[in-house]
Design a protein around this ligand. Sequence first.
Ligand code: ZN
Length: 182
Amino acid sequence: MTNLDALPPDPELAVEINDLPLFFAHCIALEADAVERYEELAGQMEAHNNPEVAALFQKMAQIEARHLAEIQERAAGRDLPSLEPWEYQWPDRESPEAVTHDSVHYLMTPWHAIQLAIEAEERARDFFARVSETTRDDEVRGLARNYAEEEGEHVALLEEWAADFDSPMEDWSEDPDRPQSV
Ligand code: ZN
């Protein structure tokens, strides 16, 4: 017989962020990772002659950079903890807002790029929502709720962009011009 209540809490899901400095440290890392990754992706897409997708990633990098600057301003003058990578309380041990490298393909269409970004923004939204639900600090709760809402707005924005592009055909990853070995 299984008593679900007796199971230990899932360590992957545990979030204990109960003061502003620790919260800001997480926010800054999350946003900085997002900016860096979007810029990297934009560069990759440019290198692969996909300027349309590059421009979308560039735009996301700008949006996240603005968010990062706002948070840094709010955190200014506070003593923030400097955390080792493994000390961050990310649900899957990976910075939630970053797009994973593995999921990027040089032939991906704008539609694919936007889907990846939507997933990253949803992870960020869920992280902030989780903090707002679990924190014991009122200020952290209020900010986390706001940030969850903002990340939700990013999701909505990306979904609007995605609507401008057709969802791709099944064989999108087959390159007809792939050099043949002779
Ligand atoms: Zn975002």
